[in-house]
Design a protein around this ligand. Structure first.
Ligand code: ARG
Length: 258
């Protein structure tokens, strides 16, 4: 995770961002601290990457890399405003014992567009990650990458529209995808939890699951109920300040898979 010390909305690269709306950085820090403490109370180790001044979106650490089987695929950002986040994340991995680190040739924004299930890597495209970025991930990880086409600019990253719950169990918002990609999802995940517009609109899908606990935006009330019916423990979290940057729980959380 990355403390939102320098968080701000000073440019627009997604429809959630409006620089004319004031951002309360102190409140963003408090909300972020609550998420950090929650993970630790659930028994998870959380490492921190140092925030870099002048990189207001760096709090969205999920975009910094994708880690599978201990291998690190670095990020290459679509927008110049975030470009310098990529080397900052790669430096963290080098300093923390990771040896297989790839600096990518093609655009990919880490776990923003890559979701790892037991059998596949699901990969979003249309706004940020490119098909070449998908190919690069497949070649690097040696796992089948399933490309999914996003259509709604408010759901510009896969992790705003789809979340892995456990193994090959996922939840997603169908309307964020093209008809063809919806069919692919229905074919691969016939038992998926389908999320409605109301819960998707509050970034309810921008959640993190450890297979038992699901940490999600607290405004996604109906979704939390559906998850409990499936046997998950839900932990609603208020990240309203970070939502002004277009991100929530998952965006703030880079997962390390060994
Ligand atoms: N303002 C950031 C951007 O548009 C938000 C990134 C959110 N992160 C995420 N994993 N969806 O790039």
């Amino acid at each position: 995770m990355c403390r939102p010390e320098h968080f701000d909305v000073s440019y627009v690269i997604n429809p959630w961002m409006d620089p004319s709306k004031p951002v309360d950085t102190a409140l963003a820090l408090l909300q972020w601290e609550a998420l950090y403490s929650l993970y630790r109370s659930l028994g998870h180790r959380v490492d921190l990457v140092n925030p870099v001044p002048g990189l207001p979106d760096m709090v969205f650490s999920a975009n910094g890399a994708t880690v599978v089987d201990g291998k690190v695929l670095g990020a290459r950002f679509r927008n110049v405003q975030r470009a310098a986040e990529a080397p900052a994340h790669q430096a963290w991995y080098r300093a923390n014992g990771f040896t297989e680190i790839r600096d990518p040739l093609h655009v990919n924004e880490g776990e923003g567009d890559f979701a790892v299930t037991r059998s596949w890597i699901l990969a979003g495209r249309g706004f940020r990650c490119t098909p070449e970025g998908h190919q690069e991930a497949q070649e690097f990880f040696g796992r089948p990458v399933i490309g999914l086409e996003l259509v709604d600019p408010r759901f510009y990253h896969l992790d705003t529209a789809l979340c892995v719950l456990d193994g090959d169990e996922i939840m997603y918002y169908p309307q964020a995808f093209t008809p063809g990609s919806r069919e692919v999802l229905a074919r691969l995940f016939p038992d998926a939890l389908l999320v409605d517009q109301q819960d998707a609109d509050v970034l309810g899908l921008n959640a993190v699951s450890d297979g038992l606990n699901v940490v999600l935006p607290e405004a996604a009330q109906k979704l939390a109920g559906q998850l409990r019916t499936r046997g998950f423990r839900t932990h609603g979290t208020d990240l309203s300040e970070l939502l002004k940057g277009g991100g929530s729980v998952k965006c703030c959380t880079q997962e390390l898979r060994f």
